[in-house]
Ligand binder design. Structure first.
Ligand SMILES: *Cc1c(COP(=O)(O)O)cnc(C)c1O
Length: 401
């Protein structure tokens, strides 16, 4: 066999990286190791593994062979040194924050975040003496202005959940690097196929693997990717001793299965969402569509710079506001009324009363998203069927004139 002349591409990495069938009885798929603990050949070997002086597993809260394949694959896909897989996206986030921060520290976060991330930052971290300043990071100048002497972490999503604003990762990374502060990017919406924050200068990437990485709506999981020294700290302090949010081997197995089609799914989600975003924008009942693939998106150029394709998430507002939005949601038949995203099924939800109900009305106004906003996770169904469902539900929503 000749040696490959180029590094493997995204799909090859997603299908093969970190696993050799011939080392496992030829099994095409990584074996599912359903075990909580691991036998030591001797007391001395057990002690050496615990001391980190010998390779090997000790207990599945800290490591499991099936999970390890997933972790090495996620690290390769994001272009990071190492990865930690967790029981949920929130588990990844708390492992990171509780490990890297202490009382008296300060976080700067974008003003628009996934609802439970906002809940953690705004309502719970202050109880532990960690303060968070929310700033509009769509302008990196606002980041510089929000930094304080005790700022340890800058946190952002892009595109933001739910209103699809973009944050310039390279520009924020530049500000952070000069200030010696870590930049963390939640890459759930894009996955490494569409966007690689570490390549753009971010220090760490977090994921809700519940969404596109798993891709089939059948599990909860999360991940952090970044330098091995930090990932080790998150594993041996964050997961082992602080939050215990370890992933199950079975969920890791399912994510490995999902990853095999990640690039195909993301291309299809993106292609269908782009067409639907145009259709929706042209409809007279629609007040606004927020999708980075539309010419009307104020950060269209940045989207083309830092994203490979524009993804499957669309936000929209109807002319009749909240009431029209609720009617629209009740009329769709093919789209499923449900939170979460990134599944084969198209999902529709109302952030203000569902995923982002952690923002009270005053906070929603202050952080810049409206009560009428509807969020659509475009699935893998046929475009024509989705178009008929969504536009049909809009037509009857339109107020008689
Ligand atoms: C869902 C989500 C999370 C939380 O992940 P869980 O797996 O539900 O804990 C975090 N960030 C974003 C952007 C999400 O969509």
């Amino acid at each position: 066999m000749t040696e490959p002349t180029r590094p493997p591409g995204f799909a090859t990495t997603a299908i093969h990286h970190g696993y050799d069938p011939l080392a496992h009885h030829g099994a095409l798929n990584p074996p599912l190791f359903l075990t909580s603990t691991y036998a030591f050949a001797s007391a001395a070997e057990g002690a050496a593994r615990f001391a980190g002086e010998a390779e090997g597993f000790v207990y599945s809260r800290v490591g499991n062979p099936t999970v390890a394949v997933l972790e090495s694959r996620l690290a390769a896909l994001e272009g990071g040194e190492a990865a930690l897989a967790t029981s949920s996206g929130v588990g990844a986030l708390t492992a990171l924050i509780w490990t890297l921060l202490k009382t008296g520290d300060h976080i700067v976060a974008d003003q628009m975040l996934y609802g439970c991330t906002f809940g953690l930052f705004e309502h719970h971290l202050p109880r532990f003496g960690i303060q968070v300043t929310f700033a509009d990071l769509t302008d990196p100048a606002n980041l510089q202005a929000a930094l304080a002497a005790n700022t340890r972490l800058v946190f952002t999503e892009t595109p933001t959940n739910p209103n699809m604003r973009l944050v310039d990762i390279a520009a924020c990374a530049d500000v952070c690097r000069r200030a010696g502060i870590r930049l963390v990017v939640d890459n759930t919406y894009c996955t490494p196929y569409l966007q690689r924050p570490l390549d753009l200068g971010a220090d760490l990437v977090t994921h809700s693997a519940t969404k596109y990485l798993g891709g089939h709506g059948d599990l909860l999981a999360g991940a952090v990717v970044g330098p091995k020294a930090i990932i080790d700290q998150l594993r041996f302090t964050g997961i082992k001793e602080l939050n215990g949010a370890c992933i199950s081997a079975f969920d890791a197995f399912l994510i490995l299965r999902g990853l095999k089609t990640l690039n195909l799914r993301m291309d299809r989600h993106s292609a269908t969402a782009a067409k639907l975003a145009h259709d929706l924008e042209a409809h007279p009942a629609v007040a606004a569509v927020y999708y980075p693939g539309l010419d009307s998106h104020p950060q269209r150029k940045l989207a083309q710079q830092q994203m490979r394709a524009m993804g499957g998430m669309i936000a929209l507002e109807l002319k009749g506001g909240l009431e029209a939005g609720r009617n629209f949601m009740d009329r769709v038949k093919l789209a499923t009324r449900a939170v979460s995203l990134g599944d084969a099924e198209t999902l529709i939800q109302h952030p203000a009363s569902m995923t982002h109900a952690t923002y009270d009305p005053a906070e929603r106004a202050r952080h810049g998203f409206t009560d009428g906003l509807i969020r659509l996770s475009v699935g893998l169904e046929d475009y024509e069927d989705l178009r008929e469902d969504l536009l049909g539900a809009l037509s009857v929503t339109r107020k008689p004139t």
